[in-house]
Ligand binder design. Structure first.
Ligand code: PEP
Length: 250
């Protein structure tokens, strides 16, 4: 059976105090044993969150980015090995905000995925089309292109370390969610393409998350789709009650 995942992307939010309260509230919550909860926190919070979790394996920690080089003169950057040392098990790569505000290309995202996997870090690889591409009915081709470019050179064995997140850009932070049918269409297309490349058994095991204005009120219907294995959640992950509701929506 495929893993089910509720991943929160805190983005550039939470003071140390707010982060600690959020983690403590999550730790008091309950959700299905089969659901893996992940919190993607700012770099500065990685080690603190590990301390607050106190070894509780129900919640995994993720970074929201890493650099593609192992070390060197890259002022202000953080490498994959540093992120691992700070306690992260996952890293979000290719988020549309990174692609848009920091000009991250598919090739750069591919190098970052390489760096993550080489350092034993699981990658949450984000894909998604802008509104004008969807309106022109080019969304499936666009996202499958991102998939192909981002995963170039990744081996069959390495696929086990990968989580894919489909996040239509028009749905991120907008309050507009893809309908379950729109999301399922894309998830099915991604899984079919993975089946073509790596075979049915591997493709069936890859978790594919949906992201884009997931809330407690729409999570159940989205997660009920055949090829949707959970969510990457921004805004609603900053409220422990909402995020716990979402984690219980499978
Ligand atoms: C995200 O940042 O990945 C995201 C999906 O944000 P939101 O849930 O706020 O739309």
């Amino acid at each position: 059976m495929r893993r089910k995942i509720a991943a929160g992307n805190w983005k550039m939010n939470t003071s140390k105090h707010e982060a600690e309260s959020l983690i403590r509230e999550l730790l008091q919550g309950t959700w299905g044993d089969e659901v893996e909860m992940i919190v993607a926190v700012p770099f500065t919070h990685l080690a603190w969150v590990g301390e607050w979790l106190g070894g509780d394996a129900r919640i995994a920690v993720a970074a929201q980015n890493c650099h593609h080089m192992s070390h060197g003169a890259y002022t202000g950057e953080v490498s994959a090995s540093m992120v691992v040392e700070a306690g992260a098990k996952y890293v979000i790569l290719g988020h549309s905000e990174r692609r848009e505000y920091f000009d991250e290309s598919d090739d750069l995202v591919n190098s970052k995925i390489r760096a993550a996997l080489d350092n034993g870090l699981r990658a949450i690889f984000c894909l998604g089309e802008p509104l004008e591409i969807r309106q022109a009915d080019g969304h499936v081709e666009y996202v499958l292109n991102q998939l192909e470019r981002g995963l170039r050179g990744i081996s069959l064995e390495e696929m086990d370390q990968l989580v894919i997140a489909y996040e239509p850009i028009w749905a991120i932070g907008t309050g507009v969610t893809a309908s379950p049918d729109q999301a399922e269409e894309m998830h099915e297309a991604i899984r079919s393409r993975c089946t073509r490349w790596w075979g049915a058994r591997k493709a069936a095991a890859i978790p594919i998350l949906y992201g884009g204005s997931v809330k407690a009120s729409n999570a159940h219907e989205l997660f009920g789709q055949r090829n949707i294995d959970g969510g990457l959640i921004g805004g609603a992950s900053l409220d422990a009650k909402d995020f716990l509701e979402i984690a219980k929506s499978f």
